[in-house]
Design a protein around this ligand. Structure first.
Ligand code: ADP
Ligand code: MG
Length: 685
């Protein structure tokens, strides 16, 4: 069947090269692009009233005869006034800098206008800068008008005109791609109804019906795409681990009692592990909530059942830190733990790889290095990824292919709102550790303006160091950048060492250093050979140095609140009171609000919610932030109900036809492929 959809927009009636260029700016090249260019909202201009019944403030349409036209200039302002009469009363229309109108209309013309009504105390009615059209040829008044997202140089009437002409001149027929079963079961309208009513709805309710269909399908396609990337939640047969007696012995080694929340998460993991189903669980817990020990216990459980375990961390620093903590935790047991990272020597790594393959290593801890093809296991039973938002989905999936169907546990401290979690982790069960271990001292957060920075370093920080404590200073960029005007870590490092702390030891850590250099610096900081560590955000996740009591963040306004919260979590790990100092260089209200949220709250989830409130959902829910396709109609904040329905449907489809290879799913497959066409391996969940 011939379809006009792929035709160039330029050949639509009334669209020449010039208008086509404008449309191109909006990403509209073909007729289909135009039809899928949905309005942001609608303006209901369908309510028409007689002048007698107009009310102050309302926006309505009025029809009347022009009685008077007048033009005057006040300073630079050009004012055109019309008076219209409909037999029940008169309205004065006032236009600014639209003097051409006095030549477009004549006294006696019947016009339709739409605008906001203003009534003064004497009952005089006015409308300022209203829409005005001849009654006979009126197109945009008396209907529900789409309001399109625009950019400079293109106005709403132009977009509306193009789309109207498409509907008026071509026979627009879009082939239905949604399987009939789904349309019926979910009461969806057909695609042609949806598209037409997304632009020119006859009734308000039609917009709702059209939107529902489009939101539903967008979320359905998103979820199906994610399932196909992540391997979906296939209910494959997994390992059934028993809880061995020796696990109680290992639990007894803990130097503390698990918190209630930890116990609950641990129990959920043990249940999953013992079931025949493959475990796919996300542990979400704020920084410092104690996720590591849960991982250790789960790994111990796998090993006691005769399997191997792998634990993948996003940075070398963290992998090494975990390794050390595992070694000390399992000291005196016969648990064989090894570390494999990019900087493991060739000789060592060869030895480790051999042992892994033979089954002579029980737990391997490492970085991305674990994903390489040469890493083979004897019988991998449990895979844990820590701070997994740093890993691509495909990467995470890769580790699980190193065995037939290992259980999977992912851990994150990223407090993402519930809706986003629902779609991102649609294939995972979630445990939340929403409680910090007892006795944790609250970190006091103070924000200061940049002008007070010198005093901070000279006095407060010096005093803290004199008490024997250590300090982190985090800067946003590594190298000097004139463009961003941010002090680089290197610069700050030199400044601190030379000017304020020439008698102390200042260290520098950033992402461009070699792993061995980073290790060296971290070791020195840990051994208190460094007092102040200036660093970029490489320090962000997981690092644990209890003697560090101050976290200073330079140009704090440049960070997301969730990230500030993560950074703050690097201190407050010992017995002394800790501080987080946010140095900001901005006078904006938003900045001040964000700083005060940080001062007032220590709860990662609350902080991310507040951040969302201030920044608005567009920014925060930017699915782009996670490397996901952009949603055009659905809003993860508002449409949680539809999301759940679409997700259930996606599961159903996926269970029967994971590759979307059935005839009835071929249209859906094309849509999903199109939606994910630009999504690469860097998609991160
Ligand atoms: P995160 O969840 O950020 O990874 P960690 O696992 O690094 O947190 O734990 C932070 C600190 O809290 C560690 O020093 C750990 O030993 C300690 N910890 C964990 N659980 C408890 C507990 N139940 N009671 C006391 N301290 C705990
Ligand atoms: Mg951790």
């Amino acid at each position: 069947m011939y379809s006009v959809l792929n035709e160039n927009i330029q050949y639509v009636k009334g669209v020449g090269p010039k208008k086509a260029d404008k449309m191109a700016k909006l990403g509209i090249f073909t007729i289909e692009d135009a039809l899928l260019y949905f309005p942001r909202q609608f303006e209901d201009r369908s309510v028409e009233k007689e002048i007698l019944y107009l009310e102050e403030g309302e926006k309505v349409a009025v029809k009347g005869k022009i009685e008077k036209i007048q033009n005057k200039k006040i300073r630079k302002l050009d004012i055109t006034e019309f008076v219209i009469d409909d037999g029940t009363g008169t309205v004065k229309l006032i236009f600014f800098n639209k003097s051409y109108l006095k030549n477009t209309f004549r006294i006696g013309d019947i016009v339709k206008v739409f605008g906001a009504v203003k009534i003064d105390k004497f009952g005089n009615i006015e409308m300022n800068n209203c829409e005005i059209e001849y009654e006979k040829t009126s197109k945009n008044i008396g209907i529900i008008v789409p309001v399109y997202p625009l950019i400079n140089g293109v106005n709403n009437k132009e977009v509306m005109g193009v789309i109207r002409n498409i509907f008026d001149t071509s026979e627009v027929v879009i082939e239905e791609y949604m399987p009939e079963r789904i349309i019926k079961e979910h009461g969806l309208c057909d695609i042609n109804f949806a598209i037409r009513n997304m632009h020119f709805p006859v009734k308000k309710n039609n917009v709702k019906i059209a939107m529902y269909r489009l939101i539903f399908e967008e979320l359905l396609f998103m979820q199906l795409g994610l399932f196909s990337i992540k391997g979906g939640n296939k209910i494959s047969k997994g390992i059934s681990f028993e809880k061995k007696k020796d696990l109680y012995e290992i639990e007894k080694r803990l130097p503390f009692r698990l918190t209630k929340a930890q116990k609950k998460a641990y129990q959920e993991i043990l249940n999953d592990m013992s079931s025949r189903k493959v475990m796919n669980r996300l542990i979400q817990g704020d920084v410092g909530s104690g996720k590591t020990v849960i991982a250790q216990l789960a790994l111990a459980n796998a090993v006691l059942n005769g399997y191997q375990g792998a634990y993948m961390a996003p940075t070398e620093i963290l992998a090494k830190q975990h390794y050390e903590s595992f070694i000390s935790f399992f000291k005196g047991t016969d648990m064989r733990v090894s570390l494999l990272t990019g900087s493991t020597t060739k000789k060592n790594s060869k030895d480790i790889l051999e042992k892994l393959k033979k089954g002579d290593i029980d737990i391997i801890i490492g970085t991305h290095a674990l994903l390489e093809d040469k890493v083979e296991f004897n019988n991998l039973g449990l895979v844990i990824t820590d701070e997994q938002h740093r890993f691509g989905v495909r990467q995470r999936a890769k580790l699980t292919t190193k065995s037939i169907s290992p259980d999977v546990l992912v851990m994150t401290a990223t407090p993402i709102p519930r809706t986003l979690a629902l779609i991102l982790y649609g294939d995972l069960d979630i445990s939340v550790i929403d409680e910090l271990p007892p006795g944790r001292k609250l970190i006091e957060t103070i924000s200061i303006q940049k002008k007070n920075r010198e005093n901070l370093y000279r006095n407060n920080i010096r005093k803290e160091i004199e008490k024997g404590h250590q300090v982190y200073v985090v800067c946003p960029l590594v190298e000097e950048s004139e463009v961003l005007d941010v002090q680089s870590a290197t610069e700050v490092y030199e400044e601190l060492q030379r000017i304020y702390f020439s008698d102390l030891k200042v260290g520098l850590l950033h992402g461009k250093m070699k792993a061995s250099e980073k290790d060296n610096i971290m070791d020195k900081f840990k051994n208190h050979e460094i007092d102040i560590l200036v660093s970029t955000t490489v320090i962000e996740v997981g690092v644990n140095i209890p003697n560090a009591t101050v976290m200073i963040i330079e140009n704090a306004e440049r960070f997301g609140l969730a990230q500030l919260h993560q950074l703050r979590g690097r201190v407050g790990r010992g017995s002394s009171k800790s501080f987080c100092i946010l140095i900001y260089d901005s006078k904006s209200d938003v900045c001040r609000k964000r700083m005060s949220i940080m001062e007032e709250s220590n709860d990662g989830f609350k902080i991310s919610e507040k951040d969302l409130e201030i920044r608005g959902p567009g920014d925060f829910f930017g699915t782009r932030q996670h490397g996901l396709p952009e949603l055009k109609v659905a809003n993860l904040f508002k449409h949680i109900k539809i999301l759940k329905i679409a997700q259930a449907e996606a599961r159903k489809i996926y269970a029967v036809d994971p590759g979307l290879l059935l005839d009835e799913n071929s249209g859906v497959r094309k849509k999903v492929e199109y939606m994910f066409r630009n999504i690469g391996d860097n998609i991160s969940l």
